[in-house]
Design a protein around this ligand. Structure first.
Ligand SMILES: C[S@@+](CC[C@H](N)C(=O)[O-])C[C@H]1O[C@@H](n2cnc3c(N)ncnc32)[C@H](O)[C@@H]1O
Length: 210
């Protein structure tokens, strides 16, 4: 396939998952070329993994783990036991091939009901437009130990439309506190597409007894 055709296809998938009706089906198909084409422009997994520190703990739940790039980056760092959950069979099967997760669960985050707590939750590129609704950010602390860390990326459009209000409410209720907030370029300029996608990465810490 020519580079031009690959970029056109990449652009099609980005539009499909942000605006499409069925994000799961789109990812099932995109999973075949996701790692090959997207990671030149999208550094979410590396950004998130870089912020996961050994002093935060050992066990990690990677929400919306996709093809497993967060798990891969964490396995390069070493010292973490990582579980993943994702709604797409195609994406999960790619994650499985990388052999960097202890357990992988096929589930929508809204239905994910595993009864255990993790030291760290990560979420790169999945609390975003057309993906996991911001209201479900309220579910994250149930999967975290007290004092546990949540490392998450948001694009500006999602933050402004729904993320900010939920996060602000959780901060007000002292469910968690902000440890870090850093701007980052979520998707760099793709040839033939208008502009870049800007956003931010956050670290929240679940407050004791919250
Ligand atoms: C942009 S990809 C990011 C994947 C991976 N975290 C990364 O950074 O490469 C978004 C992922 O969120 C998953 N996803 C979308 N909606 C979901 C939901 N409701 N529950 C769980 N995963 C979901 C998709 O299947 C996809 O794998």
């Amino acid at each position: 396939m020519t580079t031009k055709r690959r970029l056109k296809e990449l652009s099609y998938w980005i539009d499909s998952v942000y605006t499409g009706e069925n994000v799961k089906d789109a990812y099932d198909v995109w999973s075949e070329t996701y790692d090959r084409d997207f990671h030149r422009y999208y550094k979410g997994p590396e950004k998130v993994a870089e912020l996961v520190l050994p002093e935060y703990g050992e066990t990690v739940l990677d929400i919306g783990c996709g093809t497993g790039e967060v798990g891969k980056a964490l396995s390069r760092k070493g010292g973490f036991i990582v579980d993943g959950i994702d709604i797409s069979t195609g994406m999960l099967s790619k994650a499985h091939e990388k052999s960097v997760y202890k357990n992988l669960t096929l589930s929508s985050f809204s239905d994910f009901g595993i009864d255990r707590k993790y030291d760290i939750c990560t979420a790169a590129g999945c609390f975003t437009t057309g993906h996991i609704k911001a209201e479900l950010l309220r579910k994250v602390p149930f999967h975290l130990s007290v004092g546990g860390y949540f490392i998450v990326t948001f694009i500006d459009a999602y933050w402004e439309s729904e993320g900010n209000a939920i996060i602000e409410d959780m901060l007000r209720k002292k469910v968690w506190e902000t440890i870090l907030h850093e701007r980052y370029l979520v998707v760099s300029q793709i040839e033939g597409r208008p502009g870049e996608i800007d956003g931010a990465v956050y670290i929240f810490r679940k407050i004791l007894n919250a």
